[in-house]
Write a protein that binds this ligand. Structure first.
Ligand SMILES: Cc1ncc(COP(=O)(O)O)c(C=O)c1O
Length: 414
């Protein structure tokens, strides 16, 4: 199934590409959101009145939050909040400039050292978002004459970075190391140096990249490997260091990257690796040069959250225990949770409208989940993306399970 990858082109735009005379035409023809709003079931852009980690208030209704990437529950941690407040007070809300010029502070440099040390790499670089980090990595390294190879289900930021680069772009079947080998063999035949980029932990289905096999293929074909640990940081490996730690394969990736916007309760992207390569990205990773730098409060929050993650490994254990409980309970109720092996647990529904209806009825009954429908997934593969946090109590999960079961029975999903 292609969740975040190849299918995420705008079908309305591409279908009408040849015929339109006005670039506004596809937007004016795009009726679906208006129809869905009129039916009162629009699942996206819901108004969050209060966000208190495992619980929240959405459009005036108290809900259990089962659709957030706050895996370690640190957005509500007072130490993280105080660090952000102090930085805001002392350094202001914005640096009003890019990292290259006036936007690099003592805090950015300290955070980069922390990230490099966390992963045992020579150097690291902090971007304003994880999306930008991936655009930066791939535009800096995807030179003309090279080949960027990505998993079909890799995140949109990886797909977009690959397209933005000057390299040839090839894709391999999801988590299929043999197919990767075939694609890399072809690149080698053409004499193109290859860069493979994969998600460590896939954001929709919650399955893990088979690093041992992917790394072996990269070594065999002389390709460089980048692993995006956006969702893996704080979740995989006993200390939460991510995919390499999960497989006991420190150093398997040539570059590691990720975001502060999930387990680390902030916003911002990062990449870590060999000093020369990181320095190259300082100058040629385009968002580093042409977009304003991460604000001090976000730097401080990420840094505080990282310290807490390392000092309190029980959080990593707890989120995984909660995941195990949630996944097992859904399975025993008869739900299909796909290939999930992490705190991201999809409930596969199939039909788009049914997934939207179920999301709405869950919300009405006090449980927030994320409906994911075509074209983000292929037709008949609509799902409710759920995710757990270290700060969910058993009572939150049981309350949500009870509601999910009732609504699913009513809609004949189980
Ligand atoms: C694998 C992956 N990479 C990158 C990103 C982008 O991160 P950010 O939210 O920091 O832009 C995401 C966000 O969902 C992601 O899932």
């Amino acid at each position: 199934m292609s969740v975040t990858g190849g299918s995420n082109v705008n079908p309305h735009l591409s279908a009408s590409k040849a015929r339109i005379k006005d670039v506004f035409t596809p937007a004016r023809r795009f009726r679906v959101p208006k129809q869905v709003r009129a039916m009162g079931v629009m699942p996206y852009f819901r108004e969050l009145t209060r966000n208190e980690g495992p619980t929240c208030v959405i459009e005036g209704r108290d809900c259990v939050m089962m659709g957030s990437n706050n895996y370690l529950g640190l957005t509500t941690d007072l130490r993280v909040r105080e660090a952000a407040i102090k930085a805001l007070r002392e350094e202001g809300p914005s640096l009003t400039g890019s990292r290259l010029l006036n936007g690099t502070t003592t805090g950015h440099i300290a955070l980069e050292r922390k990230i490099a040390a966390l992963h045992g790499r020579e150097d690291a670089l902090v971007f304003t978002t994880g999306y930008q980090a991936n655009i930066g990595i791939l535009t800096a390294l995807g030179a003309e004459g090279a080949c960027v190879v990505v998993d079909w289900q890799s995140h949109a930021s990886i797909q977009d970075g690959a397209r933005t680069s000057k390299a040839r772009v090839d894709r391999f079947q999801h988590n299929d190391a043999e197919d990767l080998g075939r694609v890399l063999a072809k690149a080698a035949e053409r004499g193109e140096p290859a860069l493979v980029m994969v998600d460590g932990l896939y954001s929709m289905e919650g399955d893990i990249a088979p690093l041992p096999w992917i790394s072996e293929q990269c070594k065999r074909h002389g390709a460089r490997l980048v692993v995006d640990d956006a969702h893996a940081l704080g979740v995989l490996g006993p200390s939460g260091r991510g995919t390499e730690e999960h497989f006991g394969m420190h150093g398997a990736a040539d570059l590691l990257c990720g975001t502060f916007s999930k387990s680390l309760a902030s916003i911002g992207g990062w990449v870590a690796g060999e000093a020369d390569v990181i320095d190259w990205m300082r100058f040629f990773g385009r968002p580093m040069v042409f977009s304003a730098s991460l604000p001090p409060a976000s730097v401080a929050a990420a840094s505080a959250a990282l310290d807490i993650m390392l000092a309190e490994p029980w959080r990593v254990a707890r989120v995984n225990e909660n995941a195990e409980y949630w996944r097992r309970s859904l399975g025993s109720l008869g739900f299909d949770t796909g290939a999930s092996a992490s705190p991201i647990v999809p409930i596969i529904i199939g039909d788009d409208l049914k997934a939207i209806m179920m999301g709405k009825q869950l919300l009405d009954a006090g449980v927030y989940v994320n409906p994911v429908v075509h074209p983000a997934v292929p037709r008949d593969m609509a799902m409710l993306r759920t995710s757990v946090m270290a700060s969910h109590q058993r009572s939150h999960l049981d309350q949500a399970l009870d509601v999910v079961e009732k609504v699913a029975r009513k809609l004949r999903v189980i």
